[in-house]
Design a binder for this molecule. Structure first.
Ligand code: GLC
Length: 542
């Protein structure tokens, strides 16, 4: 382990979407014991840390992001003892563990929200959330705010005497927003942060970070009728990226700094541009933040370079490293995105899904992996991208579980297509995800037989082998070296990271000659004299 700099400045963190990783108890849903049993795979893959999506008690209205108790484990996922064993095993393998903190909202089944409903209008129990009277004599929502899953951000309560106040939920109605001006809310989350850090986790991912403060008085946002949630475009919005959110992060940072071992806070923050993003990682706030501009960039050299340069320029003044991310449990898998003509992504499953050429998408995804892992800073990998999994676009409507599907009036299928359980082994579902005969919570395509981890482990040309090789090489490479662009012509991204690593990505339609550029270390295709379109190579400069 390198003691000169905190691990998270260059870490490759693997996102485990727990429900879909590995099912240890045979109920069709992934769980902590299942994850624990697969830790050797992750250590062998060569990642530095795991971020595990919520394992807390939850009614699962939003896949566990509706938390009913922030300091316990849902019995479907395991027990606190299972989590302790997971953390111990991971550490023994040299892999760190990051947990997910959902603090913008609770589940509607959280004891606080139940108490708030029972107590009625005006009661102090309601002050932890946003309960307000409606407009138009009570029958219209208190303002024009919208939900990330479609429709208004307000739901009206029906009390014993009939309809009464409304409550705010920027996500699903089962996820009421907490009012972070309530001292009780802030104090209780201090205890939650300490609870997990005391258990030895290495970091905390802050869910929906920009949502956690609202402009007092809750003024209208000016959303046009039918507007969709587009936080990357919003400026001066009263319910997103409001300045007061930063007070929360400073508070948590003070807590985290009192612990040993370089504990990490990383935020999920989809905001307007890299300068706004850099505010989340000022020296007394969070350590890193996901870079969604990179994820949303199309397969286009100019667009990618603009994002890389813009990110590095915005983060340099605050001293935070970049993190590069291509996929997550909220986004269309990038094999599919890059296979489309218009290859940029929309957040939160609102893609309008033009057809994808998956062979092209996979070529580009493999090249993108080498690009991502060569950039300065850290990277986040989403489970299954190392297998080159595509989005499952033909899930039957009755299988869909993402609240987006219902909330959008069946116009947006939502995020289930990137959440299909992993194929581990064998030639038929459940592909080792669960014991044979068990039906996974989302159906796996039969065509995934050729994409299992087992099948790919044996094939040196597989995507899994490419990721393993890249992650191994990356550990030997000079992670501190800055990026220097080279000009190899239009639609070619080429840069050096010091004297030891040169990365060339060919986004053009013609082959790029490699003569004189260096010795090939690793290629996403089969680099010979020239680099084929949609492939990338790592070289040791000549
Ligand atoms: C984040 C999570 C997403 C969840 C939302 C509400 O965006 O990544 O899955 O639906 O927050 O908690």
């Amino acid at each position: 382990m390198d003691h000169r700099r905190p691990w998270w400045r260059t870490a490759v963190v693997y996102e485990v979407y727990l429900r879909s990783f590995a099912d240890g108890n045979g109920d069709g849903l992934g769980d902590v014991p299942g994850l624990r049993s697969r830790l050797p795979y992750l250590a062998d893959l060569g990642v530095d840390a795991l971020w595990v999506t919520p394992w807390y008690p939850s009614p699962m209205a939003d896949g566990g992001y509706d938390v009913a108790d922030h300091r316990d484990v849902d019995p479907r996922f395991g027990t606190l003892a299972d989590v302790d064993a997971l953390v111990a095993d991971a550490h023994a393998l040299g892999v760190r563990v990051v947990v997910d903190l959902v603090a913008n909202h609770t589940s509607a089944e959280h004891p606080w929200f139940r108490a708030a409903l029972a107590a009625g209008p005006g009661a102090p129990e309601r002050s932890r959330y946003f309960f307000r009277d409606g407009r138009a004599g009570g029958s219209a929502p208190p303002n024009d705010w919208i939900s990330a899953f479609g429709g208004p951000a307000w739901t009206r309560v029906t009390g014993p005497g009939g309809p009464e106040q409304w409550y705010l939920h920027l996500f699903a109605p089962e996820q009421p927003d907490l009012d972070w001006t309530s001292p009780e809310v802030a104090d209780d989350f201090d205890a939650t942060v300490r609870f997990w850090l005391d258990r030895g986790v290495d970091g905390i991912r802050v869910d929906a970070a920009p949502a956690m403060a609202k402009v007092p008085g809750l003024p209208d946002a000016g959303h046009p009728p039918g507007a969709s949630f587009a936080s990357s475009e919003w400026v001066g919005n009263p319910h997103w990226d409001v300045d007061e959110v930063h007070e929360v992060f400073r508070r948590w940072r003070r807590i985290g700094d009192a612990y040993d071992g370089d504990r990490l806070f990383v935020s999920e923050a989809v905001v307007n541009g890299p300068e706004r993003l850099a505010r989340y990682v000022r020296p007394d706030e969070l350590h890193t933040t996901f870079n969604f501009d990179y994820l949303k960039a199309p397969w286009d050299a100019g667009a990618l370079r603009t994002v890389v340069d813009g990110t590095l320029a915005a983060l340099a003044p605050v001293g935070a490293p970049a993190t590069w991310v291509l996929s997550s449990h909220d986004e269309t898998r990038h094999v599919t995105r890059f296979g489309r003509e218009r290859s940029g992504a929309a957040v939160m499953g609102f893609d309008d899904a033009p057809p994808a050429d998956l062979a092209r998408g996979l070529r580009r995804a493999r090249a993108a992996a080498l690009l991502t892992l060569a950039l300065p800073g850290g990277a986040y990998l989403y489970q299954g991208e190392e297998l080159g999994l595509p989005e499952v676009e033909d899930l039957p409507a009755e299988a869909l579980q993402d609240p987006t599907w219902e909330r959008s009036g069946h116009t947006a299928r939502g995020r289930d297509g990137c959440r299909v359980p992993l194929p581990w082994s064998g030639d038929a579902p459940p592909f080792g995800f669960a014991p044979d005969g068990v039906t996974p919570w989302l159906p796996q395509p039969a065509s995934w037989a050729s994409l299992t981890a087992e099948a790919q482990r044996a094939d040196p040309a597989s995507t899994l082998s490419l990721y393993r090789a890249a992650l191994r090489l990356r550990r030997e490479l000079p992670v501190e070296e800055p990026l220097t662009w080279l000009d190899l012509g239009a639609d070619v991204l080429a840069f050096d990271r010091g004297p030891a690593l040169r990365c060339v990505v060919n986004l053009s339609a013609r082959p790029v000659p490699l003569a004189g550029l260096g010795r090939v270390l690793l290629g996403s295709g089969t680099p010979g004299e020239a680099l084929a379109p949609d492939t990338a190579v790592w070289l040791a400069p000549a």
